[in-house]
Design a protein around this ligand. Sequence first.
Ligand code: ATP
Length: 897
Amino acid sequence: MGKAERRRRANAALATLRTVLGRALGAAAAARTAAEADRARAEFEHSVHSMGFGAAARSKDIRARVDADPVLREVWQRLEAERDRSYTEWNTAVLPQVRALVADAAPGAAGAEGHDWLRVPGTGGEPPRLWRVGRAAVEHAADEFPLAVPLLGHGHLRINSTHGARAAVDAIVETLLARMLATLAPGQLRIHIWDIGHLTGPLPNLHPLSAERLLTVHDPTLLGDLLATLAGHIRRAHDSALRDGRRTAHGPGDPWRVTVLFGNGERLPDELTHELSRVARTGPDAGVHLVLVDVPVSVNSPLETITFTGPDVATSSMTGRGVVVRPDPPLPAAEVAALASGVHERVRAFRGGPRSFADLLAPAPRHFARDELRTPIGFAEGEPVEVVLGDATPHALIAGPSGSGKTNFLYALIGGLASRYSPMELELYLLDFKEGVSFAGLTPGSKDPSFLPQARLVGVNVNTDREFGLALLRFLTAELARRAEAAKRHEVTKLAELREADPDGHWPRIVAVIDEFQALFSGRDRITQQAAALLEDVARRGRSQGIHLVLASQDIAGIEAFWGKPAVFEQCTLRIAMPKAKRVLAEQNLAAMSLPRWHVVVNHDSGVGHGNEVAHVPDASSRGTFDLLQRDLHAALPTAPPRLFDGAHQPDLVHAADFATPSGPLLGQIIDVNDRAAILRLEAAPGRNLAVLGTAVADAFAVLESAALSLARMHVPGDCDFSVWCPVPALARRAEGLAERLRTMGHDVDLRLDDSIARLTPATAERPRYVIFPCVDGAHRWLEAKEPPSMTSGLDRLRALLRDGPAHRVHVLGWWRGVARLKDTMGFGGFDDIGAWVALDVQGSELTTLAAGQVVDWSPRPQRAIFFDRTTHTHPDVLIPFDTSSALDIPKVVDTA
Ligand SMILES: Nc1ncnc2c1ncn2[C@@H]1O[C@H](COP(=O)(O)OP(=O)(O)OP(=O)(O)O)[C@@H](O)[C@H]1O
């Protein structure tokens, strides 16, 4: 092929290509033109839709575009035709359906027009599905239809206002709530209002409801607390649904809670937004619903929105943009207030006035404590608020300043429990470190012989006797050990299982109440250390063994001993805060600060905000409350009376349990949970003498007299002998009194009040001899004289008597006015022959040499002593000398030393 031919072919191919390309490009341009036209049509259609046809028809811009562009005119005509077609269909078929649907779903006061429906409070029944808020109409259509929104049992409502629309917004909210009041049974609606812009005053016509706490207006600064309260309510509703085996948390008969939040259109802080979303998500199932006015928040639960576009026009998410919503006009204020008052009156009549102590009580103590102890302690909005002591909340911590009602709360708690659980199910150990006798009434008194059958021990006036608190804690740890041992035997781990495995055993739950328990830790000493360790142990292990602590205090922050022992606080998951209580709730939880008088925050979640339940506690401590319950229970439940330990009362020797049949000389009452005396062992063995030390005359005599009188009672007359030697003339009367009493009991008494004391008595005897020797050091002036020919002194003979006598059953029970004086008597021989001692007003540091070198932690206090027996004690026992006057048959002697 020639060159020319090749060029021609190439040109032809190029021409063809050009033609093809030209065609293709032309087609593309046409297609593009068509696509652009379609897009313009679609965009136009979209903007008409989104403006709404009515608004578009009024829009100059749209009109101009329609006039200018035939394509758009075509679209406009089509849309117009479509609208006319759908209006016809809407008017003839859909509108009647909508009306019927609203009438059906919002019956009676829920959907009625006008305001006749306002006249009477509701009567209850299944709540309507929809609630009327206003009227709606499709643009350009004359026919209106009622607009109603779903709420109770369904979801929430959001209202977005605009400038000038607040009155209409308030009217919607008020009407909605009024419809509910006129529909639901009185008391079935609880309203919470929070308004960021107002301290008081939102929805004033509904305020009559606040008297019965059917309506609560919350502090604008405390939205967190309100949300925490709602969250707590939701959680408890779920808990009780679980317990009752219900599928929905909102149980039949439970009130509905509608919370109206008036915001200002600004976002809430993240933390509150988060909490609000949580309440919104979980609320509807538990009967908690929100009406959010100008609160921008996205919620993950059913929510309808009404958005105001002008002072009294709005759109709604129910109806879409093309429908104009007009809220119903405001209701007549007086009629709304009358309805609110009517509801309030009915609730008040139904509740029978404010709830009282009697309303806390069960008709009979028939509850089982196998799994837990549960009782109401007060009321919130007329409903009981319960306290639970069980596996999840084994122990309680109660705090509040003086006079805030802690003791009254304890009475409400104890009363509630005692009316439900019999002594087989519940045992109470009650200790009050306050001055005063707050629990004394629970024991038999001279005026009222009744006592609380569940009480096993009552300790009052123990403020200076911290040892008694320690003794209670020791008793509880011993009981823990006993229960743990039984559980092990039955191969179980907790009380509920033990009760099942051992149905005939006596395994009640034990509640130990310690009022002002911080007193236990008031010194930097061994008692504080031991108390903190024991309390921690009981707190840790008590949970599974059904031993519960209820600890009340004015000031928890001040308990230094706990700073290193957080376990006690951690285990006290039940927290009770009285008004203005500090540190008992979690740090961020300020609910106690705003509590009204006689209210408490009950919190089963270690004080974290969402656990808050605010309750009014009825008066449980005035006459005619707890005392009446106690009398009834006492009559119905025969049990032994509780032991009363009264630190202000000197125990009478005659009434001491161990004095009835003494097993040895009684020295005093030991500060202990059990009613027991300190008894000296006086077997025939070296060292079995007693030294009483100190200057407190009455107490020293009381110890010696108690010992002598109990020995006299222990022996049949003629079976033993007594020596009573008293070298101090001023005390002779008392020694004579003792000798006289011993003689009337049939015993032989060698009474000496002069220098004949120095002759002493033989260190051997055929039968026991007890030498009662007050004020030994007072006899030194006679004892020190050396007598010819042997030149031995009375002191030498006394030392020999102390050394040799006990093995031959001659025991000296002497009193020295101090350790140094005892030392003078004993000489270089040391204290080996003094096997036991009772120290009165002697500092602990002076007693070290007498206690085998160990440090004795003792600060003397009136009418208290410590007793140490080298053969039996590791630590001294604290004891209270007995009042011996009735045993001696003499008037009570007052210490004049
Ligand atoms: N819920 C209540 N209703 C009526 N009166 C109450 C209530 N709670 C307490 N009171 C009264 O208030 C007074 C103080 O109460 P309570 O003794 O219980 O306070 P407290 O916190 O234990 O004070 P303190 O620590 O000083 O003993 C008592 O006279 C009591 O009767």
